[in-house]
Design a protein around this ligand. Structure first.
Ligand code: AOF
Ligand code: ZN
Length: 362
């Protein structure tokens, strides 16, 4: 169904889609290339929610040349009136000859309807080219559309012997500058960065993106069951911070609000923040991807609840010894049968450190 030329143009459309990596949220990253007689006559990508979709940008460039052309698009053209009119209709109106789609739009408002409309208009529509790549690019959008929850990526910087901090809590700097920059790229592509109150009290971090250029900072979310967050915390110096709590202490919440935070009070679960419920709430707010940068407490709780979708662990070539702090506060296992199995998705060097991406095995 697909020729090597098809692959090439879809790869080009994916590269265009990636230009929206830091900006399209809550929308997906989408790229589009329009080809006629072996020449690219239009190309575009989606930059921001509310702005034109990838196909529309590409159609505007192509003008009349779109007639009879082949359109490569990384996500099924939409069929609904959202913030912008439907792309399937625009492609039909432009008289395109063929549409090649990487993946079906998981948005229940679309979900195959765009493809049906194109086919009903007599346009040859081929689906599934470089589907995995398109899917990975929008892993958070897919997660939110299919489960209501964001994709949760847990990032850890550790020594080669798996330690993340000294026993006295000191954790800077374990990994090198390249790994830190790489981790800032993860922050930049995330809709939210999540941490725990323990990390805030120990490190007083900003948790913003500094090491890479970005026009948009992720929302910073702090899990703080009993509202220990001091109104003087550095995180509060910048906009967009959400403190999630199970505390009913209105005075403390009010103080944090005055300091610039939004405070979300959830019904307590065993006296703590109900983390699954929190993810549902974040999903409702259009959060697609979350990067967790926390200590062993929150990390362990998320693992125990099965809420982690992806682990990104940077290992630095140094040893901190058994008395340093580990990655996950988990109950002791007494049988190997209780172990948690992961699948390594990717391994590579980042400067002097090693990065491992691993996914839980269901
Ligand atoms: C496309 N091309 O480039 C994008 C699509 O509110 P709107 O109008 O921006 O619509 C957002 C929805 O449209 C989004 O949830 C997803 O289903 C689809 N995104 N579709 O045809 C694009 N970004
Ligand atoms: Zn659209």
């Amino acid at each position: 169904m697909f020729s090597s030329i098809d692959y090439e143009y879809m790869a080009q459309a994916l590269r265009l889609a990636e230009k929206g990596l830091y900006t399209t949220t809550p929308n997906p990253r989408v790229g589009c290339v329009i080809v006629r007689d072996g020449k690219v006559v239009g190309s575009g990508w989606h930059a921001r929610a509310g702005e034109p979709h990838a196909e529309i940008n590409a159609l505007m460039q192509a003008g009349d040349l779109a007639q009879g052309a082949t359109v490569y698009v990384t996500l099924e053209p939409c069929s609904h009136h959202g913030r912008t009119p439907p792309c399937a209709g625009a492609l039909i109106q432009a008289g395109v000859g063929r549409v090649v789609v990487a993946m079906v739009d998981p948005n229940p408002q679309v979900e195959g309807e765009g493809i049906t409309q194109l086919q009903q208009a007599g346009i040859q529509t081929d689906i599934g080219l470089l589907e995995k790549e398109a899917h990975d690019l929008n892993i958070g959008f897919v997660s939110r559309m299919t489960s209501g929850r964001p994709w949760l990526r847990l990032k850890i910087a550790a020594s080669l012997d798996g330690k993340t901090a000294l026993n006295n809590g000191v954790s800077q700097w374990i990994t090198g500058a390249d790994a830190r920059r790489d981790a800032h790229r993860l922050r930049a592509r995330s809709c939210a960065v999540l941490t725990g109150i323990g990390t805030v009290l120990a490190d007083d971090p900003m948790l913003n993106v500094r090491e890479v250029e970005t026009p948009r900072q992720p929302l910073r979310v702090v899990v703080d069951s009993t509202l220990k967050m001091p109104p003087s915390a550095k995180m509060l110096l910048e906009e967009e911070i959400l403190v999630v709590t199970a505390s009913g202490d209105h005075g403390k919440a009010e103080n944090l609000r005055k300091a610039g935070a939004e405070v979300l009070v959830l019904p307590p679960l065993d006296g703590r923040v109900d983390l699954a419920r929190m993810l549902d709430e974040l999903g409702k707010r259009g959060i697609n991807e979350i990067t967790v940068e926390a200590g062993r407490g929150l990390n362990g709780a998320l693992v125990r609840l099965g809420l982690v979708d992806e682990f990104v662990i940077y290992f630095a070539p140094l040893l901190l010894g058994d008395r340093a702090r580990g990655m996950f506060d988990l109950p002791e296992l007494v049988e190997m049968g209780e172990r948690r199995e992961l699948r390594i998705a990717d391994v590579g060097m980042v400067g002097r450190d090693v990065r491992i991406r691993a996914l839980p095995v269901e």
